[in-house]
Structure formats: C-alpha cells, structure tokens
Ligand binder design. Structure first.
Ligand SMILES: [Zn+2]
Length: 70
C-alpha cells in the first residue's frame, strides 16, 4: 500500500476525485503528494483519460492537480 499522503480539494478538503476521458467515462482517483494520479481501484486502467483536469467528488471544484492542497 502506498504511504504517501493524498492531496485534498482546496474547497471541501476531501481527497476523492475523478477524471474523464473523451467518451465521458469516469475513473475514481486519488492524487498523491508528489502529484501522481492513481486509480482508486487498482484494476482500472487510466489509459486514455485526461490527467490534466481532476474533478472533486464532494463539490463543484475541478482543475489541475497542481492546485490541490498538500
Ligand atoms: Zn471539493
């Protein structure tokens, strides 16, 4: 299991996000301290998904993972 802390939403401070692909599919992800985006469910591939914009599950915030709280 990865021991890195997860980054949080700057608005509601939860650490659960999703990303999308061109087809509108969603993948649940976490963003680690070093900025890496990992699938919540390890068996799910993030291939083809847009890593440049993450969407918060708890509020309307979305944007670059660089803007998340450490
Ligand atoms: Zn939020």
């Amino acid at each position: 299991m990865n021991k890195q802390r997860k980054r949080k939403c700057p608005q509601c401070m939860i650490s659960a996000f999703f990303i999308k692909n061109d087809a509108g599919d969603r993948r649940l992800v976490y963003v680690l301290e070093d900025g890496s985006i990992i699938a919540k469910y390890a068996e799910e591939s993030l291939d083809g998904f847009d890593l440049s914009e993450v969407f918060c599950l708890g509020c309307s915030w979305h944007g670059s993972e660089k803007r998340l709280k450490r």
